[in-house]
Design a protein around this ligand. Structure first.
Ligand code: NAP
Length: 358
């Protein structure tokens, strides 16, 4: 344990400015949320939105805000039971008994065959998808875990599951244009290293939880960057969002929050300074609100949205171009496709997206 913490410390010290940014998110994140456009004032009637990982945390808070604005939700959790429980909780929080606006779906995002089945099921619904929110995520599993597909867990859940889901839904997203894909990443992506992306089993580099998470979040932003390029002129916008430091279940393996006595006090303290899931959902829902309102002249001041890839605190951010660039994003795209081909997950010959979508 001490060795893992030392290794993590080394990662944090290797990028002091990124670490400062991460710390400021923990300490000041709540106060940095200004001028977020509130989704509740916008009507999402007739808009279909798919959210992954929404039984808890930022995903649930996002769904609640979207449901209040009357969106149709494709609720996608690890199991059908969790999706149904989420729909029930939404109804209770909204004070409604019946609705046809929620559709419950399931997939373990760590299992690429399950993701494939999920995509098939969604396509069978025969309805548009206006927004795809790729939110499900795991963070800092203390020990290296491999999925049944032979991928490291963070890479599998945070990136590969979402890559495959999006890839299979692209024709539908294009048909539904204007539509958007919102990839939930993290400013921790800056601890990632593009040259390590091909080592998705952590064979050549040692497994350090914070690095594994960072690699997957780098993959998230590179995927968003590459998809944005490929969807240019197809009416599908792509954004990457850092939700801030949010006190959620994602810290379930963080000893500081769960150790006897100290856990109680640290949770109390952090609940005053870290964002709530509702606050963490703000940048995601603000982007959706802006996309809906972009034709409305009263929102012209925020109309330059689609030109920005990366968002945090409801504001556009510069990306680190040393990490996020054409070379790295094309490399990740090729690696991801080759994994699918190797595993035989996508049976038909994988065609370039441009050809699949015509
Ligand atoms: N919280 C933060 O400080 C923070 C900061 C930056 C970025 N983020 C990102 O924000 C996103 C949401 O995080 P959160 O804070 O809301 O965490 P959370 O409360 O732990 O929620 C994560 C969600 O992902 C789901 N999930 C995890 N593994 C899955 C799998 N194999 N298959 C299907 N679903 C799975 C979880 O389902 P189960 O309940 O079934 O596990 C849960 O619904 C993540 O992508 C995370 O990386 C969070």
């Amino acid at each position: 344990m001490a060795l893992v913490q030392l290794a993590s410390l080394k990662v944090f010290l290797s990028k002091p400015f990124v670490t400062l940014d991460v710390c400021s998110d923990f300490l000041l994140g709540r106060w940095k949320l200004n001028n977020c456009k509130e989704i509740e004032n916008v009507s999402l009637e007739n808009k279909t939105i798919l959210v992954t990982g929404c039984n808890t945390g930022i995903g649930y808070a996002t769904c609640l805000k979207l449901a209040r604005a009357k969106a149709r939700l494709l609720i996608c959790c690890r199991t059908l039971q969790k999706s149904k429980a989420t729909a029930e909780r939404l109804k209770k929080d909204l004070g409604i008994h019946e609705t046809t606006r929620f559709c419950c779906l399931e997939a373990d995002m760590a299992d690429l065959n399950a993701v494939s089945t999920l995509a098939k099921r969604i396509l069978e619904l025969n309805e548009p998808i206006h927004f795809l929110v790729l939110n499900a995520g795991v963070m800092q599993a203390a020990k290296k875990k491999m999925t049944r597909d032979g991928l490291e867990l963070h890479f599998a859940v945070n990136h590969m599951g979402h890559f495959l889901l999006t890839y299979l839904l692209l024709p539908r997203l294009i048909q539904s244009a204007p539509s958007s894909v919102i990839v939930v990443t993290s400013n921790a992506y800056e601890y990632g290293k593009p040259e390590k992306l091909a080592d998705y089993r952590f064979v050549n580099y040692p497994y350090i939880p914070v690095s594994a998470y960072a690699q997957s979040k780098l993959a998230n932003i590179l995927f968003a960057y590459e998809l944005r390029k490929r969807m240019k002129d197809k009416g599908v916008e792509v954004f990457a969002v850092h939700p801030g430091a949010v006190l959620s279940d994602i810290y379930r393996e963080e000893w500081l929050l769960h150790a006897p006595v100290i856990g109680f006090f640290s949770k109390r303290l952090l609940s005053y300074i870290m964002r709530t899931p509702t606050e963490g959902a703000s940048t995601i829902t603000a982007l959706i609100a802006n996309a809906i309102c972009s034709s409305d002249p009263s929102f012209r001041h925020v109309n330059d949205l689609s030109s920005n890839l990366y968002w945090k605190d409801c504001k556009p951010q510069n990306v680190n171009n040393d990490l996020v660039n054409d070379v790295s994003s094309e490399f990740l795209w090729r690696v991801s496709l080759s994994i699918l081909q190797e595993l035989g997950i996508v049976n038909e010959k994988i065609l370039p997206i441009e050809e699949r979508c015509c």
